[in-house]
Design a protein around this ligand. Sequence first.
Ligand SMILES: Cc1cc2nc3c(=O)[nH]c(=O)nc-3n(C[C@H](O)[C@H](O)[C@H](O)COP(=O)(O)O)c2cc1C
Length: 178
Amino acid sequence: MRVLVAIASTYGATAEIGEAIAVELRQGGHHVEVRPVEAVGRLDPYDGVVLGSAVYIGRILTSARQFAARLAEEFAPRPVWVFASGMKSVTPYPLGAAFTSPVQPPYFGGRYTIFGGVVDRSKLGTAERSLIGFVGATHSDERDFDLIAAWSGEVSVRMNAYTARRRAGETRSIATPG
Ligand SMILES: Cc1cc2nc3c(=O)[nH]c(=O)nc-3n(C[C@H](O)[C@H](O)[C@H](O)COP(=O)(O)O)c2cc1C
């Protein structure tokens, strides 16, 4: 499948998770592009999407929410997987009901996750340093790349299964028109 990994990231930690996901998906036989959400043009070249966003002050980034709205309008019924990156001790479930309720495509229910992220104090300005104290985040890299690889492997298999089902459906409708 042609898969877009669309990323909303302020300091690059989520973008690196996106690259790790792309490696796994490519190993599963998919053709993968990783792009910042702001740089994604048309969606129709893709068969599936992975959307990832960093969490700031309890919410995924605005650019990710705007991109999700585009997916709902332009992309259904193709498959979409969503992940967030943040400090689990701070925001265990940041994606919100719009993403997590197990509804029909484009969002595949139960497949949303949050991966541990990064807080690097050396990259932050004074205001953000105060904010991490306020939200309770500490300087650390909580990313677990084995967990990310395992999740990506599952996404890869499910994307292939989705394509196979869709192809079988297309074949059936060609064989029995109307
Ligand atoms: C100012 C600030 C606020 C944050 N707020 C939250 C938060 O509310 N919940 C959370 O889980 N993580 C929070 N984080 C952690 C980041 O979301 C996490 O480090 C993420 O991996 C950063 O991704 P990025 O480098 O792609 O921007 C915060 C980090 C900063 C700097």
